[in-house]
Unconditional design. Structure first.
Length: 291
């Protein structure tokens, strides 16, 4: 099977390429240069030609900063909507299939917890809205052209990668970087926000399962199914890495969602089972392990 991965230089994409390459022919594409990636801007028409002919396209490429999306919505429309339509069109012309990585940001402020895939979508940022629109185009391509599509909504993904361009794990990455440098941990708001943190290896696990599962524009949450307060996360990281630093509070982040917890029953029905517990991961991971 010949597989394409867009966004192959990112936190999830780079690991997905490595995982799939053990048993398949995989081509990575990314706007950012990297050893495992061919250069490609999915927002350009050339992307349709470059991605045509693959059996499966894992579509992860996107602009992903909530704050940046509030400041520059047109950029997010170009990258996340036009780019997604280009990927879908390439798959349609090449008779392939698409696994589209969306985001839990589509839910907005939840009406109830945990959040099932059937929960209404109501974005609180242009980023979230572009992901909703990308999903709607994916479903449209399925219903209009019969395109085989699966949609995944990761919650807060984390890993040992502390690169500053990883906003999905932003709070964990920021806290650990500050702890490593002996600086205070700054919480946006009161710290009562809750998140469902899922390790990148578990996201790759679900994506790999979907390679074997024919989609009908089905949607799957990808989380750990747990609840962590941001304040508790700060305490965990301070206690593990830098007991002498302080925890401080700043203003709430514009467009931020207060609470997010995934209902992962649908993914579990495919055989998905989270393997990494956040608290145990923090205790087991030395500072030297972080990029």
């Amino acid at each position: 099977m010949h597989i394409a991965v867009t966004g192959s230089s990112g936190q999830i994409g780079s690991r997905l390429v490595a995982h799939l390459a053990r048993t398949h022919e995989v081509s990575g594409f990314d706007r950012r240069p990297a050893p495992q990636s061919l250069p490609l801007d999915i927002g350009l028409p050339e992307a349709i030609v470059a991605l045509k002919g693959f059996d499966t396209i894992f579509h992860l490429a996107a602009s992903i900063f909530v704050t940046e999306s509030v400041e520059n919505p047109p950029l997010y429309v170009r990258d996340n909507i036009v780019g997604t339509v280009n990927v879908l069109e390439a798959a349609r012309r090449g008779k392939g299939r698409v696994v589209f990585v969306s985001s839990a940001a589509v839910y907005g402020e939840p009406q109830h917890l945990p959040i099932p895939e059937s929960h209404p979508t109501k974005a609180t940022s242009p980023y979230g809205q572009t992901k909703i629109t990308g999903e709607e185009f994916a479903q449209l391509y399925h219903h209009l052209y019969g395109l085989d599509v699966s949609i995944v909504r990761p919650f807060n993904v984390y890993s040992e990668d502390l690169a500053p361009n990883n906003p999905y794990s932003g709070v964990i990455a920021t806290f650990i970087r500050n702890a490593r440098e002996g600086r205070s941990l700054i919480i946006d708001g009161d710290g009562q926000q809750t998140r469902d943190f899922v390790h990148v290896s578990d996201v790759v696990q679900l994506l790999a399962l979907l390679l074997k599962h024919k989609g009908g524009a089905d949607i799957y949450n990808c989380g750990a199914g747990g609840v962590t307060r941001v304040l508790d996360l700060a305490e965990l990281i301070r206690g593990r890495y830098a007991p002498n630093i302080s925890i401080e509070h700043g203003p709430p982040r514009l467009g931020d969602i207060r609470h997010l917890t995934a209902d992962i029953a649908k993914a579990r029905a495919l055989g998905y089972e989270p393997q990494v517990d956040l608290a145990r991961w923090i205790q087991a991971t030395p500072l030297t392990a972080f990029a």
